[in-house]
Structures are given as structure tokens and as C-alpha cells.
Design a protein. Sequence first.
Length: 187
Amino acid sequence: MALFVPRKLSHAVLASALLLGSAAPAWCADSIEPLLGLIAERNAIGDQVALSKWESGKPVQDAAREAVVLSGVREQAPEHGLDPDDAARFFGMQIESNKLVQYQLLDEWRLRGNAPDEPRPDLAALRKRLDKLQADMLDALQASAPARNAPDCPISTARAVKAYVQAHQLDQVHQMALIRSLGDFCR
């Protein structure tokens, strides 16, 4: 009997494969490792964005900023060999995972009654860092096309994520954000 694996990478498939503990095929891990690193870097910036929003009282949700980011992604996608709609869908997942980080951290800080005692970053400067990452992420997304199109993409991607999480010792918040970032990664 053949095992049916859906083409879309769902949270359930990712979570299940993460629990299996198997290593990703080398071709998959190699082709998406740079992308995983960039996603993790973008999500880590979310920590600083949350700290800035804690200080300013600004909401996590910023539809105008999201629209600007997605418009820029659509414009830049062809220069990186990507379909504009596919690239925008991928970056929509990145925005959602970054908001996940912000919401979770802000909730932790509210329960604790304070945020970390660190300098409060400038939100405009953080957004410039995020914008700068965008081109690198588009290149890495294009380079990951073989992994995204492979029949075993959901399982091999989940295994690559597990290996990345273990190698970089991501905490629960950033592990879940990384998983969310790849929600519809596979084609």
C-alpha cells in the first residue's frame, strides 16, 4: 500500500515529521539550509520589533506595512527568477511567522510584567534590516526550487527544519515561527 503525502506542507505534517527524528536527504538540507538561516534571522529580528512595539505601544498588526512589503516582493520577484504571486505568498508566510514571534513575546512580557532590560530598537531601522534581507531571501527561495518541487518535499523539509532547530538550538517560539514560515513551502 502506497503512503499518500499531500503536496502542501501542513503544520501537522511538519510537526509529525519533526517528531520522527529522521535526517533530511542531503540534497534537501543543502538546498534549503540558506533559506532556513535567513528565515530564522528574520524571525529573530521579530524579537527586536516586539521590544520596539512594547515600548511604543504600537500594535503588532500593520496592514499598511505588510502591503508595502508584499508589493515590493511582487516587483522584485522576476529579477530573482520567481513568480510574483508565489513569492508574495511565501513572504506572506514570513510576515505571519514574524507576527507570531511578536505576539508570543509580548504575551510573555505582559504576564511577567516587564520586557527584557535591553535598549529599545528603532522600528524604522529594524524595517530597513528586514527590507535588506528580502533580496537574499528571494534568491534563497529560488535556489530551493528543487526541494519545493520534489515529491517528498513535506517530509524532507520537516526533517531539514528539525535538523536546523537542533543545530541552532532554537527556542519554542522561534521553532514554531520557523515551522509557520514554511506552511505552504512545498508545491
